[in-house]
Design a protein around this ligand. Structure first.
Ligand code: SPV
Ligand code: MG
Length: 552
């Protein structure tokens, strides 16, 4: 439904309509929220918002821009104060074309000459356009509108200019007869007697409009009773904000501390609510590629690694040098390249050797008697929202991490589908964490990983190779919801769990895979993100040699 139609329907209802003056999107939005039937795009307010007199100093384009700003953010009709139509009838034609195109429901044109002076400025030269000239503008407006519902309000300033009631009536009638949809009679008398007198003598069907600013004590009901259909509270928004800003600014400059005005200002979330930050967030989620800015990477690097012998005598595996850079340094590089800048590391064995800058550190000093799960829980603070979990001894390609970061699932495990018993080198001694997937495609000769994540049914390092569909790469991703699930399960286990946990004899001995298996057992959706190679683990001396050979 067009905004003009909305206004027509409003006008067709019995009773008065009250609209509120506004000067921008924000004030219009507040007017709508308060329950006004429409918005008056007030020349007075818009000029004031530029700190300019209301005297045709702003151009039509500037006024139109403000009206459009309002129209864009509210569902109620905008009635635009177009002063005198910004010139003669030719200017009025363009004015109607432009305001209609912008979706404005109505315009109001007054019979001040161009350039006008605000109705209330005392001691300024005030002249009215000849009545025929203004009637011609009204005809031009009605002749120009495309949508038959578009409303043209003609306004007479005869009472304001002191030209008397007869002149006001003569002008009102001439504008009604020229086709105006409504006639506005303005007055700066202290009481409503002038406008009520006008209404009493009004002898046309054209409905009347008034602006009770100076005659401020007459209620809408009374004006309606007297014959007015539309009342405009024209400038109370901008006058409220001037008062509020003046007082707040004075307090701030005096007290030199922002806390001094807390009780006079709205909290930030109220601003966010008005301006639609929530919708923006939803739109970001729905339409923008996922970014990794809010994601924390949590790297588990606490364990001692007997298999690497003297290579790790004085440093943990994560600090092993591979062609001039440590494994951890290489991980940080790939994480940063993928937009993950928040990185936390859990240290344990030879923790002093892990000293990379810009990382947050947590310690599991019980690394000798505990396993990965305890290390992970040492950094519980990092699990407040989306996070990546990484083993500290893996090297991986950027594309592999990208695929995991893009996963839409709450809990995602990166699974290498290229793994199979036959592809294992004969010197491999590490025990792989294998997974069984639901609906896994055959990953034999030629294979394309699933586009979407799919369910993990089982994860364990005790799985029979013939049963497994792939190997857990040692990287997992949890979105905000997934992180919440992890926190809840972790605190339940810490509180209540006794005895073995899947492959582990106790919670202290549990690997993160035992934790994942517990999530699966409790019916949480754990999904696999398929990759086909693109990573390696440095667990044995043979792995280390392979890393040197493969990394350029
Ligand atoms: C306006 O709000 O700009 C008006 C109403 O035209 S008044 O200021 O009362 O003239
Ligand atoms: Mg005005």
């Amino acid at each position: 439904m067009s905004n003009a139609r909305k206004l027509r329907e409003l006008l067709a209802q019995p009773g008065p309509i009250v609209i509120i003056g506004a000067h921008n999107g924000l004030s219009a939005k507040l007017g709508e929220e308060a329950g006004f039937g429409g918005i008056w795009a007030s020349g007075f307010e818009i000029s004031a918002s530029y700190a300019m007199p209301d005297a045709n100093i702003l151009t039509m384009a500037e006024n139109l821009h403000a009206a459009k700003m309002m129209n864009d953010v509210v569902d109620i009709p905008i009635i635009a104060d177009c002063d005198n139509g910004y010139g003669n009838a030719i200017n009025v034609i363009r004015c109607v074309e432009e305001y209609e195109k912008a979706g404005i429901a109505a315009i109001c044109i007054e019979d001040n000459i161009f350039p006008k002076r605000c109705s209330f400025y005392a001691g300024v030269k005030r002249e009215l356009a000849p009545v025929e000239e203004h009637a011609g503008k009204v005809r031009a407006a009605k002749n120009t509108q495309r949508n038959e519902d578009f409303v043209v309000i003609a306004r007479t300033e005869a009472l304001i200019a002191g030209w008397g009631m007869d002149e006001a009536l003569l002008r009102g009638r001439a504008y009604a007869d020229a086709g105006a949809d409504m006639v506005l009679v303005h007055s700066k008398a202290k009481t409503a007697h002038e406008v009520i007198g006008f209404a009493e003598q009004w002898d046309r069907d054209t409905p009347l409009v008034c602006v009770p600013t100076i005659y401020k004590d007459t209620k809408v009901g009374e004006l309606h009773e007297a014959g007015f259909k539309l009342m405009i509270f024209a400038n109370h928004g901008v006058r409220t904000s001037i008062k509020a800003m003046t007082e707040t600014f004075a307090t701030l400059i005096k007290e030199q501390c922002t806390g001094s005005v807390e009780d006079r200002i709205v909290p930030l979330p109220r601003v966010y609510e008005i301006i639609g930050v929530n919708k923006m967030k939803e739109d970001e989620k729905a339409f923008m590629p996922a970014t990794s800015e809010g994601v924390t990477a949590l790297i588990l690097a606490a364990g001692a690694s007997e298999r690497l012998g003297p290579l790790v005598k004085d440093k943990p595996k994560a600090m092993l040098d591979i062609k001039g850079k440590s494994i951890l340094g290489r991980q940080v590089e790939v994480l940063n390249a993928c937009g993950v800048k928040n990185i936390a590391v859990v240290r344990g064995y030879q923790k002093q050797a892990i000293d990379l800058p810009n990382l947050r550190y947590y310690d599991n000093d019980e690394y000798g008697s505990t396993n990965e799960l305890v290390s992970m829980l040492a950094a519980k603070r990092e699990m407040g929202s989306a996070f990546l979990l990484l083993y500290g001894d893996i090297l991986f390609e950027e594309s592999v991490l990208q695929k995991l970061l893009k996963s839409p699932a709450d809990i995602s495990l990166l699974v290498d589908r290229a793994w199979n018993e036959a592809s294992r080198p004969s010197d491999a001694r590490g025990v792989p964490d294998l997974v069984v997937l639901e609906d896994a495609q055959e990953a034999g000769y030629r294979f394309v990983g699933a586009e979407r994540p799919h369910k993990v049914k089982k994860i364990s390092h005790k799985l029979d190779a013939s049963e497994a569909n792939g190997e857990f790469v040692g990287m997992a991703m949890f979105n905000d919801q997934g992180a919440k699930t992890v926190r809840e399960l972790a605190s339940q286990l810490e509180k209540e769990h006794k005895g073995p946990l899947h492959d582990a004899g106790s919670l202290a001995e549990a690997s993160v895979t035992d934790f994942f298996q517990e999530l699966i057992t409790r019916n949480h959706d754990v999904q696999a993100v398929d990759v086909y190679k693109g990573w390696l683990e440095v667990d044995t001396f043979e792995d280390y040699k392979r890393a040197w050979a493969l990394i350029s």
